[in-house]
Design a binder for this molecule. Structure first.
Ligand SMILES: Cc1ncc(COP(=O)(O)O)c(C=O)c1O
Length: 374
């Protein structure tokens, strides 16, 4: 049975008719960038998340970039970011002339380790980017307390965790801004690039609205040097339809995670924490295993797709060599990056497929344990 790492078709098939109707509408409106479809999607997000401002942009990367710029981050500032995450989280800091300050992560949740953040704060620290890794909420209570105590902005990166909640509050609504990516594989994925920023702050929102469109204000003047970070209408039309289905898609992910956790209990791999609803949405279902690469090869032979997020922490990436970090600086991230492997988890996977993935992993572990010690 061929099981790709990602297959978006099961989610999309049921919605094709709605997509086509929405596309017809966009063509009728003849407004393809920041058109009525973008406004409608923004309004839907504002309503669901209870925020006054949802601003569609072209990607999750620019959601972060525009947030930081709107907060005034610039040369001489430091921004605390996890070393175990996607490169965009740190590269936006560098692009604004500021310095990314890396911190280590928790070995089970993969979210920033609070003590590492505490140690990284200096008088130059202007912001912390709390990345809700793999779909699971960071310890926001502690991060917000730290941020408030030191007068630092807390930016939430909800790219991997859209729809997750702490209590009755959605992630993204607690930081000064919440940033989303609509990369196709995310919880809410488009059919191309897209992103969004939500905020309660009117001034920050106004700046972001200008920056996404070359610095243009609502009188047509160019107030700032901005960017072309606009969201397309066709993309927004798809996203609005998929936003209505998001809760169901997350429930599927949670069901799949529950089943994997049951099937792999006591197998010797490190499993993610299981949450019924709320704090983990399993955008990625990542386990840890010491023979990760040979397990991947074994699964690939059986046409089971896997992926590694992330095989090298950011402090050891060539593009950040100029910051002067070295191997050993963040031991948890370094260890995890050698052991982590993500399994297929997308909505629409069938029970039989989950069973086949788990059975193959158990078989490999059995084979490994029968090998004579080297
Ligand atoms: C945590 C995180 N932040 C930011 C991004 C960047 O989003 P995009 O690919 O939409 O620019 C991603 C996407 O892959 C991500 O996973």
């Amino acid at each position: 049975m061929k099981i790709p790492f990602i297959n978006l078709a099961p989610q999309h098939e049921a919605l094709m008719e709605k997509f086509h109707q929405a596309f017809d509408q966009v063509f009728e409106e003849n407004s393809f960038i920041l058109g009525p479809a973008v406004t409608l999607f923004e309004k839907a997000v504002e309503k669901e998340y209870g925020v006054p401002h949802a601003i569609g942009v072209n990607s999750g990367t620019d959601a972060l970039l525009l947030s930081l710029k709107a907060l005034g981050i610039s040369a001489g500032d430091e921004v605390i970011v996890p070393t175990f995450t996607f490169v965009a989280v740190a590269d936006v800091v560098t692009r604004l002339g500021a310095r990314p300050v890396f911190v280590d992560v928790d070995p089970i949740t993969y979210n920033v380790a609070i003590d590492s953040v505490t140690h990284a704060i200096t008088p130059k620290t202007k912001a912390i980017i709390a990345v809700h890794m793999f779909g699971q909420a960071c310890d926001l209570a502690q991060l917000m307390q730290l941020a408030n105590a030191h007068g630092i902005f807390l930016v939430e990166d909800v790219s991997q965790a859209q729809g997750a909640r702490i209590g009755n509050k959605y992630l993204g609504t607690m930081g000064v801004t919440g940033c989303f990516s609509f990369y196709p594989t995310k919880n809410l994925g488009g059919v191309g690039d897209g992103g969004m920023i939500i905020t309660h702050n009117d001034e920050v929102a106004e700046r972001i609205r200008r920056y996404r469109d070359h610095g243009r204000d609502n009188t047509g003047q160019f107030q700032d040097i901005g960017f072309n970070s606009r969201l397309d209408s066709l993309q927004a039309a798809v996203l609005k339809i998929k936003f209505e289905e998001l809760d169901e898609a997350i429930s599927d992910r949670i069901e799949n995670a529950r089943y994997y956790n049951d099937l792999l209990t006591d197998s010797g791999v490190t499993l993610p924490e299981f949450h019924e609803r709320g704090e983990h949405t399993y955008n990625l279902y990542s386990i840890q295993y010491e023979h990760r690469d040979s397990l991947r090869a074994f699964l690939a032979q059986r046409e089971i797709g896997t992926a590694v997020y992330y095989d090298r922490p950011l402090h050891l990436q060539p593009c950040f060599a100029y910051l002067g970090y070295k191997e050993g600086d963040f031991p948890v991230a370094e260890r995890v990056s050698k052991r982590v492997i993500s399994l297929p988890i997308y909505p629409g996977l069938r029970m039989k497929q989950l069973e086949e993935v788990a059975a193959s992993i158990l078989e490999f572990i059995e084979l490994k344990s029968a090998e004579p010690e080297a």
